[in-house]
Design a protein around this ligand. Structure first.
Ligand SMILES: NC(=O)c1ccc[n+]([C@@H]2O[C@H](COP(=O)([O-])OP(=O)(O)OC[C@H]3O[C@@H](n4cnc5c(N)ncnc54)[C@H](OP(=O)(O)O)[C@@H]3O)[C@@H](O)[C@H]2O)c1
Length: 203
């Protein structure tokens, strides 16, 4: 596992990955990202507003997990990242030309990630949604989510990641996998879902 960004989320996910037996190489903004980008899976845990500082050439062809969200307190006002016609992970994927981007691990808080992981089969195990355009890449990230102590919920293509960005019912919801599936099903009827559908010409 390679991790770009060792702030709150990056540090917690590094600990969880190591606890799950994965070898982790992390890079901060001042480190050479080459080693982290050479890992089998590269996790993005930097402020989304800085996605254009990501090492695009090193990430080409890589399986990249986007855990980033548009958060105006951190990113400032960025209408380009709040555009309902595209999920933020699609924006990141368009910049990271050739990377295999999967959106995951971003709708839970650091506290949930650190404290609510449970073994498979535990009735209180939380669910975490996954979106990506390649089914094999989604399956690989689902295995990672499972190894970290959460039930993966396949939400479909990268565009579907808009259903678990802020502001949505799922974001910060602390839900089981079954509850998460119900929230995904009713997203199109939610306020944000209607805004997205209108912007995408689907309503
Ligand atoms: N906080 C949460 O509960 C939570 C939960 C899930 C997802 N997220 C998302 O995860 C992302 C990170 O959040 P955070 O709370 O961990 O932020 P944070 O504590 O501010 O950490 C971000 C880190 O990324 C580093 N960084 C910036 N550009 C970089 C680059 N090009 N390469 C490597 N490192 C870089 C920063 O380093 P410098 O300080 O040197 O700039 C900083 O250490 C955000 O998009 C956030 O929305 C947050």
């Amino acid at each position: 596992m390679g991790i770009l960004g060792i702030g709150r989320v990056g540090a917690v996910l590094a600990r969880l990955c190591r606890a799950a037996g994965l070898e982790v190489t992390a890079a901060s903004s001042t480190d050479d990202p080459s080693a982290a980008c050479a890992a089998d899976v590269v996790l993005l845990a930097i402020p989304l507003g800085r996605y254009r500082t990501l090492p695009r050439d090193l990430l080409r062809g890589r399986l990249v997990v986007d855990a980033m969200n548009y958060w105006w307190e951190l990113d400032g006002a960025r209408p380009d990242l709040d555009d309902p016609t595209t999920s933020t992970s699609e924006t990141v994927a368009a910049f990271l030309d050739g990377a295999r981007v999967v959106k995951a691990l971003g709708h839970a808080s650091v506290w949930e990630l650190e404290n609510l992981g449970r073994p498979a089969g535990d009735p209180d195990r939380r669910g975490l949604a996954i979106a990506g355009d390649d089914a094999r890449d989604r399956a690989a990230v689902a295995a990672l989510v499972d190894a970290l102590g959460f039930d993966p919920v396949d939400a479909g293509p990268l565009a579907a990641g808009v259903a678990f960005e802020p502001p949505t019912e799922i974001f910060g919801s602390d839900a089981t996998a079954a509850e998460l599936r119900e929230m995904l099903d009713r997203f199109p009827r939610s306020q944000r879902g209607r805004v997205v559908a209108r912007a995408r010409g689907e309503a």
